[in-house]
Design a protein around this ligand. Sequence first.
Ligand code: SF4
Ligand code: ZN
Length: 310
Amino acid sequence: MGDTKGAFSRMRCKICGSRDVEVFLRSYGLRLCRDDFIKFFEKRVERAIGKFKMFTKEDNVLVAVSGGKDSLALLYVLSELGYNVSGYFLDLGIGEFSEKARKAILNFAEKFSIPIKIESLKEAFGYDLLEISKVMRRPPCSFCGIIKRYFMNKAAESYILATGHTLYDEAAVLLSNIIHWRLSYLARQGAVLPQELGFSKKVKPLIFLSERETAIYCFFKGIDYFMESCPLSKGATSRVYKHHLLSIEADMPGSIIRFLKGFYSAKASLNFPDESKKDMVPCRNCGYATTAEGLCAVCRIRQRLENYKH
Ligand code: SF4
Ligand code: ZN
C-alpha cells in the first residue's frame, strides 16, 4: 500500500490531530488516521450521490461487480451508508480468470452478508465469451462490452445501476473524448445517465475517488478482492490515457480531480450536440433499444450462434 505508520510517526492527522497517521493523500496534501480516512472516503461517496442526485435511501440500487477492488468497495460502502443495495456479477466464462473473480465475489457476499446475484453467460446465452468469439471470428473485446451492457441492463430493470468507475476511469474517458473531439460522447459523459428508452438509470458514485483510495478503503475494511486483469485485454488504450494522467498528477497533485470537476461544471454551458439517441427503436426480438433496424446487436449475435448450430 506504500504508506506505513512508521513513515508518519511524527506527523499528525489533519482532522483529529492524532499521531496515528496511516494515509497521505498527496492530491489534497492531507495526512489522515485510519478513522478519518474512512470518513473522508464515505463522505466523498455521499457527496457524489447528493451532488448528482444519483439515488436516495428509498431506491433499490444494483451494483455491477467484477470481483475487483472498485466495485466491491462500492457495494460495501453503499451498504455501510444504509442504502438498499445488492450486487450483480455476469460470469463471462473466461477460464480461470472468471473462476477466481466468482470465488472472490462469493467470499465477499458471505463475509459481509450482502446479496449478490450471479449470472452465467453460458447458462443465459448458451455460449461463453470465448465460444462466441470463435463462432463470430472476432476478438472477444470487440463485443464483450455490448454483451455486458445488455445483461446488466436486463438485470437492473427495476433498479438503479451503479458501477465502480473511479476518478481515473472517468478522467481517461474525458481525455480520450477530448483528444478525438467526440462531441456527442462529451455530451453524454457524466456521473449519471438518466433512465430512458428502456435503459435503467446508471450512476458512478466513486467518481471523486482514485483507485488507490479504494484499495486503501478495502484494506482497512478487510475486503479481499481479486487483483488480476482480464487475460484478453491486450494494449487497452484506456491504460495509455491513465498512465499519462497519473504522471501529470505526480507532477501537479490535484490536477486530475480539477480536470474532471471543471468539465462537469462547464458542461452545462458548453452545449455539445447529443446524437447518441437518434433513431433508437426497440429490438424486434427482445425489445432492447437499438439503432439498428430489426434486431439489436446481441440478438444478431444470438442469430449467428443459432445458424452455426444447424
Ligand atoms: Fe471483456 Fe476482457 Fe476484453 Fe475487458 S479485456 S472487454 S473483460 S474480454
Ligand atoms: Zn434484441
